[in-house]
Ligand binder design. Structure first.
Ligand SMILES: CC(C)(COP(=O)(O)OP(=O)(O)OC[C@H]1O[C@@H](n2cnc3c(N)ncnc32)[C@H](O)[C@@H]1OP(=O)(O)O)[C@@H](O)C(=O)NCCC(=O)NCCS
Length: 188
């Protein structure tokens, strides 16, 4: 009986690790829904290993067919106890996501994207605002991110939300050798 109990608890821990990433739990989310201007209500949920395809599809659409993260990277990030995804979806279809990881005393936005046909409707803003609340709850001091120096829409979004320029990371991106701009949002 004891053996079975140990086996059960071990399996339970494994399953929970796959389905419930550890840095965010449901209680940290403030808004579970987002309403578009046309009144349509979208859902917010924490990414699980069932969202790999959703995240790949959002990436393909957001980045014009050049998903920066492979399926394996997405899967590994979903399993990583120091990172989490938030997704906005409609009837189970992923429309936007944000990927977050804890780095020292900051919450780092490691990836963010909105499906092309849903862009400019506030979804990334909504996700970053939720991430800010999560960082506060985790008692972290900053939100940080890197952005390609040429990514004008993303820089405009971050600046609009109060992010400040930090410094340039030379030749940061392997594909093009492009520089990255490190940005931060001070929470306290
Ligand atoms: C950057 C991105 C995530 C923004 O998503 P979104 O859901 O459209 O963002 P929002 O609707 O919340 O936009 C808020 C603000 O961001 C800025 N913005 C967003 N898209 C923009 C665009 N195409 N051109 C200029 N500014 C833009 C604007 O200031 C906008 O405010 P406004 O609507 O009042 O003008 C989206 O364009 C995307 O998926 N891009 C490809 C992936 C990417 O570059 N990710 C960032 C990696 S660092």
């Amino acid at each position: 009986m004891k053996k079975f109990k140990d086996w059960f608890l071990e399996k339970k821990a494994e399953v929970e690790k796959v389905f419930y990433p550890q840095i965010i739990d449901e209680k940290m989310l403030k808004n579970r829904h987002y309403r578009l201007r046309n009144g349509q209500e979208l859902d917010l949920h924490i990414g699980t290993s069932l969202d790999v395809e959703n995240i790949m599809e959002i990436q393909e659409s957001a980045y014009g067919g050049r998903a920066p993260w492979s399926r394996l990277t997405v899967y590994n990030e979903l399993q990583n106890s120091q990172s989490s995804f938030l997704l906005v979806s409609k009837y189970g279809e992923g429309l936007a996501f944000i990927a977050l990881a804890i780095r020292k005393d900051s919450l780092h936005i490691t990836n963010i994207g909105t499906k092309f046909s849903y862009q400019k409707q506030g979804l990334a803003t909504f996700l970053i605002e939720e991430a800010t609340r999560i960082a506060e709850k985790l008692d972290l001091k900053q939100l940080t991110l890197e952005v390609r120096v040429t990514n004008t829409p993303a820089k405009k979004l971050y600046r609009k939300l109060g992010f400040k320029d930090s410094y340039i990371k030379k030749n940061y991106y392997h594909d093009s050798g492009e520089d990255a701009l490190e940005m931060y949002y001070q929470i306290k």
